[in-house]
Every structure is written in C-alpha cells, then in structure tokens.
Design a protein around this ligand. Structure first.
Ligand code: HEC
Ligand code: HEC
Length: 196
C-alpha cells in the first residue's frame, strides 16, 4: 500500500503544480524552437555539425530523420547522448524536427579531405554500388540517408558500426554493402562521400 502511494504521488503533485503554476508547467514542455536550440548544441545551429563524430542533419531526407528519432526514442538504436532529447518526443514533434532539418542546406564540414582517398573511395563505391540506394548525388531519399557532405569522422564511425557491430534496428542491407571492406576502404569511402 505504502509503495503504491509513493508511486502515485509524483503525478498527483505534478497536476497540482500545473494547476497553480501554469507557466512552470508550460516550461516543462519545450517548444519546437527550444528543442531545435538544444539539438543545435551538438548538431550545429544550421544542422551542419561542428562536433567530432556527431552527424550533420541538414538536408537529410525527412523520413530518414523521423525513423531514426523513433528508433532512438524506443531504444532500438541506443544513443546515450541523445536519450534525454528523444525520450519524451511526441510523434508530431518528431515529424516537425525532421521537416526542419530536411529543409536546411548541407555544407562541407571543413575537415581536411584527401582527394586521392576520395578518388579511391569513388572506385570502391562504384563496385559496391552505393549510388544505387544513396543516389548518384549521395543525397539519399526517403528512408535512405544523405551521405554526401556528411562529416568524415562520423562516416567512418558509422561504416565501421555497420561492418562490425550493427545495432538491432540497423538495416542489414548496409552491413552487406560494407562486409569484407578494410578500414582503409571505409576511410576512402568516407572521404569520397564527404566531398560530394
Ligand atoms: C549531446 C549531443 C546531442 C544532442 C543535444 C542531440 N544529439 Fe542527435 N546525435 C548525437 C550523436 C552523438 C549522434 C550519433 C550517434 C551514433 O554514433 O550513432 C546523434 C545522432 C542523431 C541522428 C541520426 C543521424 C544519422 O545520420 O544517423 C539524428 C536524426 C539526430 N541525432 C537528431 C537529433 C535531434 C532532432 C536532436 C534534438 C531533439 C538531437 N539529435 C540532439 C548527439 C546529440
Ligand atoms: C541496397 C541499398 C544500399 C546500398 C547499396 C548502400 N546503402 Fe548505405 N544505407 C542504406 C540504408 C537503407 C541505410 C539506413 C540504414 C539504417 O536505417 O539502419 C544506409 C545507411 C548508410 C550510412 C549511415 C548514414 C547515417 O547518417 O547514419 C552510411 C554512412 C552509408 N549508408 C554509406 C554507404 C556506402 C559508402 C555504400 C557503398 C559502399 C552504401 N551505403 C551502400 C542503403 C544502402
């Protein structure tokens, strides 16, 4: 009984607070603009990430962003850094955030790109037919992400994950695309995609 009372208490107090302090209650539900500001601290104010191993979101297909946010919210794609920012996201906010980032202009990250590596990556990409899914521009479409102009360090990190330890929600088709490639091959692919 006592433990049930303890369980019931916080929501009841929450309701009382909402009744007496409507402003405080409102502050608990961030507006879309406040959420975008929070995302921007890591993913960049214009959706182009200035941070190592954090992906840019600018120009990502809306459906891809929405799918990933839902996978992260449900814990299927576990990303510790993102947990506090996705755990209470409502579906309509997920869609609004996805639409916001999809409409922004993707920009190169400014990391040092190696043209020789990029040329080698283009060759590997041709044999692996990356463009058959990610499109010749590498801008992606629908559930297929943009990899063009993505950060090099994030691309390498992500490609290694698909090759070595795909998370539960990861598309197995991608692991197939990079199976058997060396670290040097993955770096070349990353330089190729980032330069597009
Ligand atoms: C504290 C830093 C941080 C904040 C704040 C943050 N993210 Fe992330 N986000 C990350 C990291 C790190 C990853 C990459 C995870 C990985 O390595 O797989 C990521 C990945 C993503 C991805 C997957 C992109 C891809 O190309 O696979 C999306 C979409 C995303 N975040 C959206 C958001 C949105 C929208 C917000 C705000 C509601 C947000 N993030 C806030 C750190 C952050
Ligand atoms: C048969 C279709 C297909 C092919 C071929 C393919 N991809 Fe993908 N790729 C996908 C899909 C679908 C996803 C999204 C995976 C997910 O949701 O788990 C993806 C995700 C990625 C990501 C993660 C991007 C991010 O922002 O999280 C990278 C990087 C990537 N692909 C690079 C490549 C490269 C490089 C090649 C060629 C070697 C390639 N892909 C070939 C379908 C494909």
């Amino acid at each position: 009984m006592a433990s049930a009372r303890r369980l019931l208490r916080p929501p009841v107090l929450g309701l009382a607070a909402a009744f007496f302090f409507p402003a405080a209650a409102a502050a608990q539900t961030p507006t879309l603009a406040e959420r975008i500001e929070a995302c921007g601290a890591c993913h960049g104010v214009d959706g182009n990430s200035p941070m190592e191993k954090i992906p840019s979101l600018a120009g990502q297909p809306e459906l891809f962003i929405a799918n990933q946010l839902i996978l992260m919210r449900e814990g299927v794609r576990p990303v510790e850094a993102m947990t506090p920012f996705v755990k209470d996201l409502k579906d309509d906010t997920v869609v609004a955030l996805a639409r916001h980032y999809a409409a922004l202009q993707p920009k190169p990250s400014g990391e040092a790109a190696d043209p020789a590596l990029a040329a080698r990556g283009a060759e590997i990409g041709k044999t692996k037919r990356c463009d058959s899914c990610h499109l010749p521009t590498l801008a992606g479409s629908a559930q297929i992400p943009r990899i063009g102009k993505q950060r090099i360090d994030y691309l390498i990190h992500s490609l290694k994950q698909f090759r070595d330890s795909p998370h539960p929600g990861a598309d197995t088709i991608m692991s197939g695309a990079v199976a058997g490639l060396s670290d040097a091959d993955l770096a070349a692919l990353a330089h190729y995609a980032a330069a597009r």
